[in-house]
Design a protein around this ligand. Structure first.
Ligand code: MG
Length: 294
């Protein structure tokens, strides 16, 4: 199932909706389960009791008549993984922007973990702030994101998917000059609006994860094209690593890393400019598209 957070008018509150397979119609969740009045975080938290009761009723409403919002507001920073595809690891290390690497660890031996603050979240269709006053080097990173459904600490790889609620698409937009200058990545990753997410969330059963692809176009030009099974550290390994000493909670988000083809991989680098459009597609989820603002 697909779930979005929608708004039908500026003076009306956002609400959670079930989206049809084609991504064209929706049903407000409160029409399907009348006692449910919560947000996406609540839906994920209550999934064990709610999930099996949710089914479309009637034709639904046209999605064109609503606007997509940030699908999920996590209760803390999003976990992010750096250099998690082989060719991207080489591309980043060779770019001169990676202050974290020595010659013998171009491919990381352990997952590189950082976080992205929730002030970064914007919806499908929102403009990515250009931030021209603080960065000249805005870059895109198409990413497959995992949504945790069941809390746990010390989760073993073999049990990891029991803790996954679903998936979405994210763009880990990065100010490369800030990422390089400040060594630690947080500042370059967490400027306001640098994490488009959506267009919606899909439950784990929707996705054939091993054959799924992730693709990214800038102004219609294909820049990134990979399979999700090319991750250096797969989803169970990431969950085992993160949860070893941190309790993962329902609604936690993990951005799993970006494949080869980001702007700094080109010579000269191809940074995002005002007016550029970034479109990311993941098989089985949909497409996330955002324009860079002025
Ligand atoms: Mg990234």
């Amino acid at each position: 199932m697909k779930f979005a957070t929608l708004r039908t008018a500026a003076d009306q509150p956002p609400f959670v909706a079930l989206i049809d397979a084609a991504g064209q119609r929706y049903w407000p969740l409160s029409d399907l389960v009348p006692e449910f009045q919560g947000d996406m975080q609540q839906l994920i938290h209550d999934w064990a009791s709610l999930g099996e009761r949710i089914a479309p009723q009637g034709e639904g409403r046209l999605l064109d008549g609503a606007s997509l919002q940030v699908p999920l507001h996590p209760h803390r920073n999003m976990f992010c993984i750096g250099k998690n595809y082989f060719e991207h690891a080489a591309e980043f290390s060779g770019s001169g922007y990676d202050s974290s690497t020595t010659a013998d660890d171009v491919v990381p031996k352990h997952p590189i973990v950082f976080t992205k603050a929730y002030n970064t979240l914007i919806a499908h269709g929102d403009d990515i702030p250009r931030h021209a006053e603080v960065t000249e080097q805005l870059d895109y990173e198409a990413e497959f994101a995992v949504i945790i459904g069941k809390s746990g600490r010390g989760i073993k790889k073999s049990e990891a998917f029991d803790h996954v609620w679903g998936y979405t698409i994210a763009n880990d937009v990065t100010a490369r000059d800030l990422q390089k200058k400040h060594k630690q990545w947080h500042l370059g990753k967490s400027l306001d609006g640098l994490c488009p997410m959506g267009p919606w969330l899909v439950t784990a059963d929707e996705l054939e994860r091993d054959s799924a692809t992730i693709k990214c176009w800038v102004n219609g030009e294909l820049r990134q094209d990979a399979r999700l099974d090319q991750l250096i550290f797969d989803v169970p390994t990431l969950i085992e690593t993160l949860s070893a000493g941190i309790t993962l909670e329902p609604g936690d988000v993990i951005l799993t890393g970006t494949p080869v083809g980001v702007g700094i991989g080109f010579t000269p680098p191809r940074f995002l400019q005002a007016g550029d459009t970034v479109r990311i597609e993941v098989t089985g989820i949909g497409a996330l598209e955002n324009r860079v603002g002025d």
